[in-house]
Design a binder for this molecule. Sequence first.
Ligand code: CP3
Length: 338
Amino acid sequence: MRVLAGERLWPPPVWMMRQAGRYLPEYRATRANKSNFLEFCYDTDLATEVTLQPIRRYGFDAAILFSDIFVVPDALGYPVRFEEGRGPVLEPLSSELVSRLDQERAVGHLDPVIETVRRLRSELPEETTLLGFCGAPWTVACYSVAGHTTADQTAARVGAYRDPALMQSFIDALVPASIRYLVRQLKAGADAVQIFDTWAGVLDDAGFKRWSIEPTRRIVEGVRKEVPDARIIGFPKASAARLETFITGTGVDAVGLDWTVPADLARQVQSKVAVQGNLDPMRLVAGGEALREGVDQVLANLGKGPLVFNLGHGVTPDADPDNVARMIDQVRSAPDPM
Ligand SMILES: Cc1c2[nH]c(c1CCC(=O)O)Cc1[nH]c(c(CCC(=O)O)c1C)Cc1[nH]c(c(CCC(=O)O)c1C)Cc1[nH]c(c(C)c1CCC(=O)O)C2
């Protein structure tokens, strides 16, 4: 929390996107209790358990609520399901589906997730930061146009060009639902929240302003209206050259950097706000010298300013859990460069 407020700490605090996940045998064992992934997210006992697993194993400085970005459209009544080996599958976006979305239904539907936040705050060590999150509207909407994961979101981009009013109407439903959801997480005990915009990088310049910056700005403003001191981390992935516009345009307190952000640009961004990142998750798969070198590079480049050590994107199922321990040891034992 001190780093998010702009302070430099040494060693930097460390956590990992997707730290509760399939690379951990204990996650896979708990996950085996529920075949339906969304039901798993809404099960307070199981979600609390898997959130705590990486904290117990590694002592990360922050825990991130176990849930998914698709609980928000699901709660609104948008048809979402997860298919084994395929990931999320959403019905194609239509004005009929948007007209059926129900903001009040979303509140009750998300009660179990808010209960998980409450439970986590009481069970976590006091010094462990609890992070809540939501998906940015554009990233959520991408999957509703394509219907599934794609490499470059061509369907969502074509959809947004052909029928911007439809895209806008869906985003206009996601914005208030996301505000309410984040406000409730903060009031239930989350110390800060992160907005994941995984697909911001595929947008052209006008699209980035309309579909990434503007909805995020509305969420930040809406959350701060209810929780004035809310700490908010933005993560517009693959948007290196636009990070400064994003920060000014949205008012976030900190940004997550993916691993492609050039070192000098990352430091420039860090002169404005705290940064989080940005080890390539593949270095956790490769291990050895590639891992040591990568951790050193992040610390050498960003260690002199406000840094939350993290990956540039989520840890993958093929990462070696021992490499995660090595990464944390290296961060915590690194000599202070100042
Ligand atoms: C785009 C996106 C999603 N979900 C999320 C994003 C944004 C960040 C990113 O880009 O990684 C965010 C997310 N998803 C999950 C978390 C939990 C907290 C954490 O540990 O970081 C968070 C913060 C759990 C999850 N969400 C999912 C899993 C794996 C599913 C399983 O256990 O069967 C987990 C642990 C499923 C999921 N959820 C999503 C996809 C595309 C998939 C399928 C791909 C995959 O399987 O990794 C959507």
